[in-house]
Design a protein around this ligand. Structure first.
Ligand code: PLP
Length: 421
């Protein structure tokens, strides 16, 4: 779509034509003082609260009050199999089979649990590749795994870096790393979409590259889940992890999710850390039994999960289900495209967009580098009712979430940025 116009009337017209327009109503949009909606562009950090979340959580509180322990089996949504109510929609969103996904724990915990299973280094094949500007938690996690297995953190960690003077990573460069060091690499772990640049990496190509060199390939979808379609089953990585509080709108610190490819579903040779929730459901409560692992992703569960957090996830996933993820992605492309158009239309040479131009290589986030700017620019935007996110040294991240952001939001954001700059 290249017939965008930089006017408020055009933006409002697009909202009017938008088939997902009514979904904004389903969210609590924070207000600026005079009762006007804030322009919230921080769904990449914490998604907004669906209005239904309270109802879904209240339902579980009521059943707990009414039923006590019987709620495990007799609640309207019984607690024992509660995670199963999330699997179908979650599987669609990440392009997996329901048996390949489970919601449990939090992202970094899941990453460690899956590295216990999938990072099995030998003396000669032990290195880990991550992208150079990986999210700190991921970097700390892989460094500690190297350390745990007795390897030198510096020596064992290979960074896939942008070239000198560039912001984005090129596939040819990870290919080159694998050509020279592939025999020593045990694991490739890439965050897609990258939290800083907004770059989405080619999941299938990276997976094939890794597998060609007999490496395990995992993805961190913290910024991907609910934002891009990673097609995990088809694209074939060995595992993936994500959180649900960013684009999946499930509330601060809510549970994360994980994917284990079907080819590993019944592999008894995989080592893992275990707990009773990964045990055969039929005999779990017989107790005093040898561990009998569940097939698929469920077999990685440790504990009975927090139902109140899962209720919030269910509230959010029901919205994704109703809107249809295909439709959400289609709107995302239009909305982000419009924001990009407006930013270019400013013709301000202080602002450049470091996120890839190709909509297939990004999600909804645009990262703007602003020459000679400091944090005060971000603070001014906040004062003007625009919630964005600042990353040192000079980057503003804005992420229009298609479920609740409007074309008018895009117009207002750029209009106010123009005034400030
Ligand atoms: C947000 C984010 C995390 C956060 O991890 P938690 O364990 O949920 O605190 C980790 N990795 C990436 C890439 C993220 O974007």
């Amino acid at each position: 779509m290249n017939n965008y116009q930089a006017t408020l009337a055009f933006a409002k017209e697009q909202d009017h034509l938008d088939p997902l327009n009514r979904f904004r109503e389903k969210f609590h949009i924070p207000k600026v003082s005079e009762g006007k909606d804030i322009v919230y562009l921080c769904g990449n950090s914490l998604g907004l609260q669906p209005k239904n979340t309270q109802k879904y959580i209240q339902e579980e509180l009521n059943d707990w009050a009414k039923l006590g322990v019987e709620g495990h089996t007799d609640a309207k949504h019984p607690w024992m199999p509660y995670h199963e109510f999330l699997s179908n929609t979650m599987a669609k969103i990440v392009g997996a089979k329901p048996s390949e996904v489970v919601m449990m724990n939090t992202l970094t915990t899941n990453l460690h649990l899956l590295m216990v299973s999938f990072y099995q280094p030998t003396k000669t094949k032990y290195k880990i590749i991550i992208e150079s500007d990986a999210f700190p938690s991921d970097k700390y996690a892989v460094e500690s795994q190297l350390d745990f297995h007795g390897f030198d953190k510096k020596e064992g960690l290979i960074l896939w870096k942008p070239r000198e003077g560039e912001e984005l990573c090129r596939f040819e460069d990870i290919e080159k790393i694998m050509e020279t060091q592939g025999d020593e690499v045990a694991l490739i772990l890439i965050g897609t979409t990258n939290y800083y640049t907004g770059q989405s990496f080619p999941i299938k190509k990276i997976t094939e590259l890794g597998h060609k060199h007999k490496c395990i390939v995992g993805f961190d979808l913290a910024h991907g889940a609910g934002n891009i379609q990673p097609n995990l089953h088809e694209n074939g990585p060995d595992f993936a992890v994500w959180c649900s509080y960013k684009y999946l709108n499930s509330g601060p610190g809510s549970l994360g999710g994980l994917f284990v490819h079907e080819r590993h579903a019944n592999n008894p040779k995989l080592k893992r850390f275990t707990g009773w929730w990964g045990h055969n459901k039929k005999t779990r409560f017989n107790m005093r039994q040898e561990f009998d692992v569940l097939p698929g992703a469920e077999g990685w569960q440790l504990s009975n999960p927090p139902i109140l957090s899962m209720a919030a996830i269910r509230a959010s996933l029901d919205i994704f289900e109703e809107a249809g993820f295909e439709n959400i992605l289609a709107k995302q492309k239009k909305l982000t495209g419009y924001l990009e158009f407006l930013l270019y239309d400013l013709k301000n040479d202080r602002i450049s967009i470091i996120t890839p131009k190709n909509p297939e290589e990004r999600g909804c986030q645009l990262s703007l580098a602003v020459k000679n700017a400091d944090r005060s620019l971000h603070d001014k935007l906040t004062n003007a009712g625009i919630i964005s996110d600042w990353r040192e040294p000079d980057v503003i991240r804005v992420a229009p979430a298609p479920l609740y952001n409007s074309f008018e939001d895009m117009y207002l954001m750029v209009e106010r940025l123009k005034k400030i700059i």
